[in-house]
Design a protein around this ligand. Structure first.
Ligand code: NAP
Length: 497
């Protein structure tokens, strides 16, 4: 049976209470255009109320020993596990990704819960020798206070867990603004936190538009950190504002990710990797493969094999187990993809497959775009430079390994890259020279595991990382502590013999 919601309108979760808001808008299933539920459009005042609760709650939460804080996360992980199928189905309904991928995303959240719960017994600092006698030196992680997290629609639960779980285990309180397009995962996760026994006010979910709720969070002095995932444009504006306030800001933004296929590659494997990373989630992943940099000696073979396999991709509602490519999130996303296909044609790239709106889906009320393949694209073309965020991939032929690396790095983003080759020397050179935060060898550009750092270089981010132990760096301050047990004043750098 398909999962359903018990309510027709979601509520904010503030200070452990479900708070209704008068104004709301519809959450639409992108597969069929049907309304699933209403989501609140909160005002700035909801952020103020949530902040007051979070400030109060954080003071007490920070005093709970970290291993006990972690117990709540173990509980969260257990409940998520029990509800995995329900969460996955609701995720497919609000976001459109096919059910197999939705299950994978929910699993990512479960993994993150157990991984970060483990951090409750680590949260390692360092002890180090002091330069003076009878003196002890160490560093420790401290919570920061109230943190703000702002998340996008394309991974409505995984990204939230990458951010909120480390923040919570480290002793912070959270105000979370999910994307208005996909609020159901936030509602479900807030319910899970409540059931898991997280004290009131430690997590607060405020639904509403980015320009109102998100903006209020960014401008509030008492929110000490903003952790944002979304578009480059929004991220830059947030960073500029946070810069004025000297507020810590962690940004994870777009990508223009490439698969490199060398002339010695296992072509069948490369085709599988390209299909999965280019057309999975209909190309609406920050790590989606949007360029294939192919050695000219295997270009034709690769094109032929890709075309054969693309024919087999079934499009439709992601709840149908046989479907491989789900809908596009909304009309404006669809229009953007259409525009880029026109740009690609005008620029002189050769359209080999797709390039059109899938009409069967339109009659179902959804927004679907056929998997699309361009070839003979030039590295400087806009379709090879700008994020399209749809099922469109462009083949760029190159003559050598060196040229492949240069083309890979010649974009303003630096999230994920991949190389298919059997040459061990090229594997290690690529690993060294690819200017991205994530590198895959003989796999596509997607498939990050939660215990490794996630993020990118250049226009993808600002040097921080989500997930992995590195996520703790975003949500903690380092404190250096010196304990002098000599009984006299010892001056560092001066009283050293
Ligand atoms: P977006 O438009 O920037 O929105 C992201 C979030 O920011 C949403 O919650 C949005 O709220 C909010 N927001 C919008 N304007 C804001 C403002 N002025 N102040 C504060 N918050 C504001 O991005 P998107 O289109 O949802 O997401 C797609 C983008 O995310 C792509 O570029 C993709 O590559 C990137 N992404 C990156 C990663 C990564 O880890 N590198 C992962 C996933 C996605 P509302 O939408 O509710 O208004």
């Amino acid at each position: 049976m398909t999962a359903t919601l018990q309510t027709k309108k979601l509520s904010n979760f503030i200070n452990g209470e479900w708070v209704t808001v008068d104004s709301s808008t519809a959450v639409i299933n992108p597969a069929n255009g049907e309304e699933i539920v209403q989501v609140p459009l909160s005002g700035k005042e909801s952020v103020d109320v949530a902040l007051a609760a979070a400030k109060q709650a954080q003071k007490e939460w920070a005093l709970v020993p970290a291993p006990q804080r972690a117990e709540v996360l173990y509980q969260v992980g257990n409940i998520m596990k029990e509800r995995k199928e329900r969460l996955s189905q609701l995720l497919t309904m609000e976001n459109g990704k096919v059910i197999e991928e939705a299950r994978g995303e929910v699993q990512e959240g479960i993994d993150m819960a157990f991984y970060m719960a483990g951090e409750g017994r680590r949260l390692f600092g360092q002890t180090t020798p002091a330069e003076l006698k009878d003196k002890f030196a160490m560093s420790q992680r401290c919570p920061v206070g109230v943190v703000g997290i702002i998340t996008p629609w394309n991974f409505p639960i995984a990204i939230a867990t990458w951010k909120s779980f480390p923040a919570i285990v480290a002793g912070n309180a959270v105000i979370w603004k999910p994307a208005t397009e996909t609020p159901i995962m936030a509602y479900e996760l807030a319910k899970i936190f409540e059931e898991a026994g997280l004290p009131k006010g430690v997590i607060n979910v405020v639904f509403g538009g980015g320009s109102i709720v998100g903006d209020a969070m960014v401008h509030h002095d008492d929110i000490r950190i903003i952790s944002f995932t979304g578009s480059n444009e929004t991220g830059r504006n947030i960073a500029a504002e946070c810069g004025k306030q000297l507020k810590k800001v962690s940004l994870e933004m777009g990508g223009k990710n490439a698969v490199i296929v060398m002339d010695d590659a296992d072509i069948d494997l490369a085709v599988e990797g390209i299909l999965w990373s280019a057309f999975g989630t209909s190309g609406q992943r920050c790590t989606a493969c949007s360029r294939v940099i192919v050695h000219e000696r295997v270009k034709e073979t690769l094109e032929e094999r890709l075309l054969v396999e693309m024919e087999k991709l079934t499009i439709g509602d992601g709840l149908d187990q046989s479907v491989k490519v789900g809908p596009i999130i909304n009309k404006s996303g669809l229009n953007k993809i259409k525009q880029y296909v026109e740009i690609g044609k005008e620029e002189g790239a050769k359209l080999l497959a797709g390039g059109f709106v899938w009409q069967n889906g339109v009659s179902q009320g959804g927004h679907y775009f056929a998997p699309t393949l361009f070839t003979d694209a030039k590295p400087s073309m806009r379709i090879a430079q700008e994020e399209i965020f749809g099922p469109v991939v462009s083949l760029i032929p190159v003559k050598s390994f060196e040229e492949a690396i240069e083309v890979n790095n010649g974009v303003s983003y630096g999230l994920s890259s991949s190389i298919f080759t059997k040459d061990v020397n090229q594997v290690f050179q690529a690993q060294r020279d690819l200017d991205t935060g994530i590198v895959y060898v003989n796999a596509g550009t997607t498939g990050a595991e939660i215990h490794l750092p996630f993020g990118g270089t250049k226009g993808t981010g600002n040097g921080h990382r989500d997930s992995g132990v590195q996520a703790l760096d975003v949500f903690t301050e380092w404190k250096a502590v010196y304990v002098d047990y000599s009984g006299k004043l010892q001056r560092a750098q001066i009283d050293v013999d």
